[in-house]
Design a protein around this ligand. Structure first.
Ligand code: FE2
Ligand code: FE2
Length: 397
């Protein structure tokens, strides 16, 4: 977001601040007729910047904070608040309160119908009050208990689908009174923000549902064989640490996390397949080992949020030299996340075979070193060894 004041522009030649509406730069004399647009243009430019900033997040807390900052900036106010309607729809609670008393203000609730924000929540109409002392609706107790001094308030309803979700307010215009322009700008922001808030709430609900479903799947897998208790979490922790070390981020990092958690999910389906005698010629254990990556990939293939995870699950037993399964992929043809999970899976196998305590890590390190460039991607082995050395040096300190 830009930091310019709403009543100044910048001369394109000498970059000095110039009063809005000036025809010539007072510093260098450059003509500003095409470069110093009226307020509405500046506000529009600001709105676009704010839309870009707000659209870039689905995290509700971060989003609301950005909207509060945008309200403050857009209306040139000392502070801003976002109050949301609670479940009972009888009270507003502060979700965001900027300014030096923000943290104290956030502890308060405002009943619908009481105070200026409460009035907006009751009548679903914006208000401008440029001298709160002269307005009976103003709730003085809030200032008394928080120590904040309110002079002027601009508050607008936040609506979505014809229903109120909260109130957005700017407090204490820095220069002059709040204007109709300010009201329109804040209402535009509030309308846009309301949609973003609903999207973020929806994404939060979906994410919670998604995380809970993954937890249930992992619990089911662990319950199917006590041998595996803790295995998915340990693989995810080490795989993600290696991933961070080699610079994996964003969606690829999330795919790595879920891929590592779910890499053996095919074991849930494997028993049924083996017992149904659909596999012949291999021992039951060997069959399970061979088919679980493919069955796992098939299990999650239909889940859109896991589309990037499917190849990691399917190929987590491929080996660097092409001797793995199911497709005998080699080197960089194996997805990067699958190469990481493969190494961690092999390190875990030592633990799962019963090796414990001080013997475990030296054996894991030896296995990684022996397998570098043969079974495992040498760069991933290097990242694992670097992490292990770094952890040891921290322990020594
Ligand atoms: Fe596996
Ligand atoms: Fe595994």
């Amino acid at each position: 977001m830009g930091t310019k004041s709403s009543d100044t522009g910048v001369c394109p030649r000498c970059r000095s601040a110039v009063p809005r509406g000036s025809k010539f730069c007072p510093h260098c004399g450059h003509s500003l007729l095409d470069h110093n647009p009226p307020l509405s243009h500046w506000a529009l430019e600001d709105i676009f910047e704010i839309v870009r900033t707000i659209s870039s997040t689905l995290d509700l807390d971060i989003l609301l904070k950005k909207i509060g900052q945008a309200a403050e900036h857009l209306t040139d106010a000392e502070a801003s608040s976002i109050l949301l309607l609670d479940e009972s729809r009888k009270n507003l609670y502060f979700k965001v309160a900027t300014g030096d008393k923000g943290s104290v203000i956030k502890k308060h609730t405002v009943p619908v119908g009481i105070g200026l924000a409460g009035w907006v929540a009751q009548y679903w109409k914006p208000i401008i009050v440029n001298d709160v002392k002269r307005d009976d609706r103003f709730m003085k107790q809030m200032d008394t208990s928080t120590g904040f001094v309110t002079r002027s308030v601009l508050a607008v309803p936040m609506m979505i689908g014809g229903d109120l979700i909260g109130v957005c307010e700017s407090v204490n215009k820095k220069s002059g009174p709040f204007t109709e322009d300010d009201k329109n700008s804040l209402q535009n922001l509030a309308n846009f923000a309301a949609v973003s808030i609903m999207n973020a709430k929806l994404a939060e609900t979906q994410q919670n549902f998604f995380s809970n479903t993954i937890e249930i799947l992992i619990a089911a897998m662990e319950a199917s064989d006590p041998h595996y208790i803790g295995h998915p979490t340990r693989v995810a922790e080490l795989a993600c640490a290696i991933g961070r070390r080699i610079g994996i981020e964003g969606q690829s990092y999330r795919d790595l996390y879920y891929g590592a958690l779910l890499h053996d999910i095919g074991l849930l389906a494997v028993n049924h397949q083996v017992l149904s005698n659909q596999i012949s010629g291999l021992s039951r254990e060997r069959s399970a080992e061979r088919i679980h990556p493919v069955l796992g990939a098939e299990l999650i293939r239909g889940v859109k949020l896991l589309s990037g995870v499917v190849p990691l699950v399917k190929h987590h037993h491929e080996l660097w030299d092409g001797s793995g399964f199911p497709d005998r992929l080699a080197r960089e043809n194996i997805p990067l996340g699958a190469r990481i999970i493969c190494l961690v899976e092999h390190l875990e196998e030592i633990r799962l075979s019963g090796v414990k305590g001080l013997d475990l890590e030296p054996m894991q390190i030896q296995l990684a070193k022996n397998g570098a460039g043969v079974k495992f991607d040498p760069d991933i082995v290097k990242a694992y060894l670097t992490l292990t050395i770094a952890r040891h040096s921290m322990e020594v300190l």
